[in-house]
Write a protein that binds this ligand. Structure first.
Ligand code: NDP
Length: 331
């Protein structure tokens, strides 16, 4: 069984930010993560420069007391740059505006492993590349820093050109509040693979389960209103997942009736996981870790395929039924 190293800081005191002393820190992209991480860093005592295009995000940065400037200009000045623009735009933006401003001894901090692991970022030699990846949406990264509740965060050193990359990684993680909830030592490979495994194996399986349950229940003569309310429109699955996070996968079963518990556990004991595991393993190894998915998604025509898949999903029986039910229920 693999155990990860975890670094914790006491809620009462953000740990050592010394490795950032005398270095210019910058947040590139004042979006979901950028706005939260910039404010957290400032409250931890390290006020970052903010790089952003001149639009509503830049206005939000200015309203929060930062002085946003063009990304290329800020990247050139910074010693430690937090790359917080969407993953899809990073390869081109890094190549055209950020990499030219990175110098030997600088640090590039990514918040997700995808582009680095799949070789889509060209970073000059001599630059450290590290990952500080909150497992939390931006708004909560801010709220949980303020409340000191913390959030889990993955950290890793991907390229240690200076010999001090780990110290920088941990200082950035502390500065954004990532050690309050526990900074888990990971890697870009692990972060990207697990993210994609959830997206390409777990959630499609959940969607397929709901689609299949709807199909067979409607075939049995039950109404769309009743079936969809039972399956998800009521919001009950969201409640169950919330309790799974808080009380445990099986710990939450105590909230269900004994009839429900018996039915769930009896069916689970009889479930044959082999086919699902084989499918998930194929997704992980053949599509994800091999780089096949990343290569396919980088092709220009992939966007059109996504649009076609969206149209197909919207036209499916369950989507059509849901639209009609929502109209009738006025929800
Ligand atoms: P957002 O979509 O919120 O980022 C928007 C920011 O990127 C804005 O500042 C926007 O500014 C800027 N931006 C968008 N397009 C461009 C472009 N072409 N050129 C320059 N700037 C651009 O991103 P997130 O905060 O969601 O994600 C940032 C990173 O954090 C990603 O690596 C993501 O994987 C990671 N992450 C995100 C999480 C989340 O919950 N969202 C959780 C954990 C990690 P403008 O449009 O004004 O130029």
């Amino acid at each position: 069984m693999a155990h990860a190293e975890i670094h914790h800081d006491d809620p009462g005191a953000i740990g050592d930010l010394g490795p950032l002393a005398g270095r210019t820190v910058a947040v590139l992209g004042y979006g979901n993560q950028g706005a939260a991480q910039a404010r957290n860093l400032r409250d931890s005592g390290v006020t970052p420069l903010v790089g952003n295009r001149n639009d509503s995000y830049a206005e939000a940065a200015a309203d929060a007391g930062f002085a946003p400037r063009p990304i290329a200009e800020v990247a050139f000045e910074a010693d430690v740059s937090l790359l917080l623009v969407p993953d899809e735009v990073q390869p081109d933006l890094v190549r055209d505006e950020i990499a030219p401003g990175l110098h030997a001894g600088d640090t590039l901090v990514v918040a997700s492993g995808y582009n680095w692991y799949f070789g889509l970022l060209e970073i000059p030699d001599g630059v450290d590349v590290v990952m500080v990846a909150p497992r939390m949406i931006g708004a909560a990264v801010r709220d949980r820093y303020v409340s000191r509740a913390g959030f889990p965060c993955f950290v890793s050193v991907e390229r240690d050109a200076t010999g001090h990359a780990w110290e920088t990684t941990m200082a950035v993680a502390r500065g954004i509040g990532g050690t309050l909830g526990g900074a888990i030592v990971s890697s870009a490979r692990e972060e990207a693979a697990l993210d994609l495994l959830s997206e390409q194996a777990v959630w499609p399986a959940v969607l397929s389960v709901l689609r299949s349950a709807h199909a067979i229940a409607v075939d049995a003569g039950f109404s769309d209103e009743a079936v969809l309310s039972e399956l998800y429109l009521s919001g009950e699955p969201a409640e169950v997942f919330d309790h799974i996070a808080r009380d445990g996968l099986f710990g939450q079963l105590g909230l269900h009736s004994r009839t429900s518990q018996y039915g769930q556990l009896r069916a689970l004991a009889a479930a044959d996981d082999a086919a699902l595991r084989d499918r998930f393993a194929a997704v992980l190894h053949d599509d994800i870790l091999s780089g096949a998915f990343a290569q396919e998604w980088s092709r220009p025509e992939a966007g059109e395929r996504l649009d076609a898949l969206r149209r197909e999903a919207d036209a499916s029986a369950i989507a059509q039924a849901e639209a009609a039910v929502r109209e009738r229920l006025g929800s």
